[in-house]
Design a binder for this molecule. Structure first.
Ligand code: B12
Length: 211
């Protein structure tokens, strides 16, 4: 099967058709990891790029994200342990007082696709929840999202709590969200800033390669 057809169907946001195609590919003995890496991920990447360029609007992006999510629900159990988690673990969540999760979930999906085991804490996560999750899962990456200028400071507080708990150097912190900037990330002592789901994985990859 030509896996670019999977990408195209994902970009068109047709969830049922996409799931059918992914099932068909699995039944045709296409390697599930190829379906992910050569079909779904390039598709989702293109969605991110199109949105950034203003060629796609939010309702369409959401349709694509839902289609990706339901295809992943089917594909995930078929991926080998090697495919999931071989890049490391990522804990991600939206900070306390903030209920926005669309962008965070896209970021989570991209990292999952890139081979991370992603623990998505959800929205409105207290500083304590972030710290407890880092202690419990010992992730390579901690991702925090904030969409409100009023909740951005929570990110700095979590980083300070990591320092107080003596575990700051055990995890790489990546932050993002519409009002977040690279300067803000530097100011609060985050390691990385990801402007969007399409580029965040690459930014993290480059960072770990240099490290
Ligand atoms: C959808 C939305 C909502 C939805 C959220 C639904 C949901 N499930 O998420 C609802 C209706 C609930 C909502 C509520 C509110 N919202 Co609202 N909302 C938006 C809106 C229109 C779109 C956000 C979105 O989903 N964008 C699409 C995604 C794909 O983009 P993104 O979130 O930016 O994420 C990308 C990047 O930022 C990055 N990223 C995001 N997180 C992370 C994390 C990491 C680790 C990395 C690397 C990258 C990354 O990658 C993502 C994908 O490319 C924005 C406007 C805007 N243009 O941002 C306002 C906006 C964020 N909301 C705003 C406001 C004020 C509110 C409310 C206070 C409104 C009210 N008066 O009730 C409440 C607050 C609720 C709360 N406590 O959180 C303001 C914030 C203003 C400010 N500067 O603080 C905005 C900017 C609208 C505006 N212009 O006034 N909102």
């Amino acid at each position: 099967m030509d896996l670019s057809r999977i990408s195209e169907t994902l970009i068109s946001g047709k969830a049922d058709e996409l799931k059918k195609m992914v099932e068909e590919a699995v039944n045709d003995d296409v390697n599930p990891s190829d379906i992910l890496n050569q079909g779904l991920l390039p598709g989702m990447d293109a969605v991110g790029q199109k949105w950034k360029a203003g060629d796609m609007f939010m309702p369409e992006v959401l349709r694509c994200a839902k289609a990706m999510s339901s295809a992943m629900d089917y594909l995930r159990p078929k991926l080998k342990d090697d495919d999931i988690g071989n890049a490391g673990t990522m804990v991600i969540g939206t900070v306390a007082g903030d209920l926005h999760d669309i962008g965070k979930d896209l970021v989570a999906m991209m990292f999952e696709g890139a081979g991370y085991k992603v623990i998505n804490l959800g929205i409105d996560q207290s500083n304590e929840n972030f710290i407890n999750a880092v202690k419990e899962h010992k992730p390579k990456l901690l991702g925090m999202s904030a969409l409100l200028t009023t909740t951005m400071p929570r990110m700095g507080e979590v980083i300070n709590s990591l320092k107080e708990a003596g575990i700051r150097d055990q995890v790489t912190v990546i932050i993002g969200g519409a009002p977040v900037t690279d300067d803000f990330a530097k100011e609060i002592g985050a390691d990385l800033y990801g402007p969007n789901a399409g580029t965040a994985v690459g930014i993290a990859r480059e960072y770990f390669q240099k490290k």
